[in-house]
Design a protein around this ligand. Structure first.
Ligand code: CS2
Length: 500
């Protein structure tokens, strides 16, 4: 039988075919859109949107459907795709045991900001909106890693601070501010700003950036947001590769669904969130979310995840791509890399992490190794390497800084930093060129080129690296040596120096 195009009309037939899990809950005008989500990409569609789908399907929740928002020009494709299939899409879960398909029905509508910026502000300001959630990547926060302040001098922020652009902002903060100002004037509660980005203290950073932005617009509104707003910190986790053309074909062949943009992911998913909401929330706990009272607990979960999972991803990504691998599981299949990752986690990262009652860190590391080794999700190294300027300062550098502080071992972590610096030249060990995709690409590449195997020029970028790193001789020495070795001998000949 020919596959059925995914849309509302065909949903009952897809259900009847019995191959995929299909939601039967209400949609459209029968539900309220309590969540406005900025940045609808693969991760959002595999994570928050799935939790909400499960709340709607299994617990009859009707007032927290999602209105997706795209701010970037490239989001036009997501708008068109979702529109063409009544905002339905498929999540394909893959593990070594097999795969399953789940149609997700929690995104109820989608607004593409470049089409109508005021509509986005009005939607966020609407009384039905209780939460504005974000997956805008690290660079979307305009956060200076060194000063911990908003990058007020950034042209996008400057543009949004100009009162003439208030109704047509560019940045997330411009939209959030304009909508919150309207809610203030209308006597509504501020919505909760719920960051689902992979950053340590994502809620606190969202708060500080938005309040700083607001202070430059109107101190009274800034005080209101600071006092009444809520910005829960959260740890989010689900490995979600980019969708490949092949994924659409296997979905059609194996599950009879024609979906222009399905999401492929692993069975594992986790979300730990601080219980801080300013305008109500759904009962997330019912669908397996760990809602915790104490912010320190969330911070510790975040730390574990960012340093062990994302840090290992960086360790597989930059050296792996230089060595010519394509996918995460392929790097894991290499015994030398496998050992390197395990030893880095055990000897350099784990000793710096706080203990969380009930969490066995060795078991956590073992699960990570298993997840990285999943051969069925085909997680691409270029995805892992994307936007490194927002990742390395979060995933690798804090472990190095703490190791410096306690004079702990950090050679493997330095090797990863060195591999990233070498990676910036865009040529792998066999001489093949690749694209370096990073919002700071030009600056990074110019400095990498000028510095050669001396990391000092790159480390002078104040918005990315702290003085604690720049001024540590042992660190500089380790990174330079690794850069020289990688440049001269390539990754595979250098790696044995870091494996016992
Ligand atoms: C990855 C993450 O992009 C990256 O560097 O480490 O996207 C990772 O897959 C997710 O954080 C998993 O939760």
């Amino acid at each position: 039988m020919a596959p059925l195009k995914l849309n509302s009309k065909n949903l009952s037939q897809i259900l009847a075919a019995g191959k995929a899990q299909v939601p039967t809950h209400h949609r459209g005008s029968a539900v309220k859109e309590g969540i406005v989500h900025v940045g609808v990409g693969g991760f959002h569609r595999a994570h928050l949107a799935v939790y909400i789908n499960n709340l709607m399907q299994n617990y009859g929740v009707t007032d927290y459907a999602i209105c997706g928002v795209g701010l970037q020009p490239f989001d036009a494709t997501m708008r068109d795709t979702l529109r063409s299939q009544d905002h339905l899409y498929t999540v394909i879960e893959r593990s070594a045991k097999g795969s399953s398909a789940h149609v997700i029905n929690s995104i109820n509508s989608y607004l593409f900001a470049p089409d109508d910026r005021e509509a986005v502000i009005a939607k966020m300001a609407h009384p039905d909106t209780h939460i504005v959630s974000l997956t805008i990547t690290e660079s979307g926060y305009y956060y200076n890693e060194n000063t911990h302040e908003l990058q007020t001098e950034h042209p996008d922020i400057q543009f949004d601070l100009d009162p003439a652009n208030k109704k047509a902002p560019r940045t997330t903060f411009g939209f959030l501010y304009a909508a919150l100002e309207q809610r203030y004037q209308e006597g509504l509660n501020p919505f909760t700003v719920m960051s689902c980005d992979n950053m340590q203290k994502n809620g606190s950073i969202s708060r500080h950036m938005l309040v700083s932005f607001a202070r430059l617009c109107n101190p009274r509104i800034a005080n209101w947001i600071a006092e009444h707003g809520a910005f829960p910190n959260a740890m989010v986790d689900r490995i979600t590769p980019q969708t490949l053309a092949m994924d659409k074909i296997t979905l059609a062949d194996n599950f009879g669904i024609e979906d222009a943009w399905p999401v492929v992911t692993e069975p594992f998913m986790q979300w730990v969130i601080e219980d801080q909401f300013s305008d109500g929330r759904p009962l997330f706990e019912k669908v397996g979310v760990q809602v915790v009272r104490d912010v320190h607990d969330v911070e510790q979960f975040e730390k574990h995840k960012l340093r062990l999972l994302n840090g290992s991803h960086s360790a597989l990504g930059y050296p792996g791509q230089l060595a010519g691998f394509e996918y995460v599981h392929q790097v894991m299949e290499n015994p030398l890399f496998h050992k390197f990752i395990w030893q880095m986690m055990q000897e350099e990262i784990k000793p710096l992490l706080p203990e969380i009652p009930g969490i066995d860190l060795d078991e956590y590391c073992n699960t990570l190794i298993e997840r990285f080794s999943n051969p069925t999700i085909m997680d691409q190294l270029p995805r892992i390497c994307l936007n490194a300027s927002g990742k390395i300062p979060q995933f690798i550098m804090p472990s190095i800084a703490e190791a410096i502080w306690v004079t702990g071992p950090f050679r493997r972590l330095c090797f990863i930093a060195a591999a990233w610096f070498c990676y910036l030249n865009g040529v792998d060990d066999s001489g093949k060129t690749f694209n370096v995709d990073d919002p700071m690409r030009e600056e990074l590449q110019a400095l990498a080129h000028a510095g050669g195997t001396d990391p000092a020029k790159l480390l002078s970028i104040k918005s990315l690296f702290g003085d604690d790193l720049r001024s540590d001789k042992r660190f500089i020495q380790e990174v330079s040596t690794a850069m020289e070795d990688i440049t001269r001998d390539g990754i595979m000949k250098t790696l044995p120096k870091y494996v016992k």
